[in-house]
Design a protein around this ligand. Sequence first.
Ligand code: ATP
Ligand code: MG
Length: 329
Amino acid sequence: MKKRIFSGAQPTGNLHIGNYLGALKNWVALQDDYESFYCIVNLHAITLPQNPETLKQKTLDLARIYLAAGVNPETSTIFIQSDVSEHAELSWILSTIARMGELERMTQFKDKGKGNSERAGVGLFTYPILMAADILLYQTHLVPVGKDQKQHLELSRDLAERFNRDFGETFIVPEPYIPPVGANILSLLDPTKKMSKSDENVNGSIFLLDDADTITKKIKRAVTDSGTDIKFDESRPAINNLLTIYQLMTGKTAKECEENFVGKGYGHLKGEIAEAVVEYLQPFQDRIKDFDDETLNKILKDGAEKARSVARKTLREVYKKMGIVGAGN
Ligand code: ATP
Ligand code: MG
């Protein structure tokens, strides 16, 4: 039996190269060695206000993006979170064993709640519990995510271990898969922040569907650090980030990248990055047109069925262990 992968993305906006390099690329690379579940996490998306019509559209768009990125629907399960009600049910159960203190330590809540817990939504606060439910329902071994999700994944592990200890062995304790390069692509305009779909300023992100002209303009506008050297150096995050993008787009080694820019200026670096990004995204942008609504709906319907059958089994086990019974049980 193959081990399992679970991962997901939120239909909160347009996917950017950070999402691709930190997550999707690895979903595709790992999918043949694992039994994979790739979810469109629309219940997570509503932890911040969404326009209902846009959310609906973005949910389908995201499924199309998974497919164009190379997720194979014949072997991987692609589904929408809200189609499998077990996610919300297990989230409730896990909220009864999660502790306020451990959620209060989550940095995403602090960032997205803008440090104002009086006004921040309760759903935003409990977001990591729903994420734990997503993962644990599928008896997941490996979760390919970007670095920003590491802390949430640790909570998923803690909740799995706590449940297993209190109620008996039930959940597989998942491991993160965080790629060595590309797990934390930074905003082009503010390298103290990660690139984010929900960033109000779209110029900080390169979206997977941006055209060549937009990509070139965004990279030209990217902030740089003082100094002139073009080298990997974490103390100069803007150039480090641009070089990392270049490295991932070209497949060159770090040394080759640095050698390529010896004696050259930032303008030259930006020009080469823009070209590399445009070329890298072209096949993806061509493929996205291949999936019509009918094909998409069929894939999502089949995916939901498959996911539901696995999720139901786990949830039943959880209820049984906890002594939760309904009529006729
Ligand atoms: P939002 O701002 O709405 O949270 P997001 O850009 O953070 O959007 P998510 O849908 O939350 O995207 O995350 C999808 C996946 O992409 C996760 O695995 C996450 O870790 C990864 N990811 C997000 N941003 C980056 C980034 N800047 N670099 C690398 N990986 C990232
Ligand atoms: Mg996010």
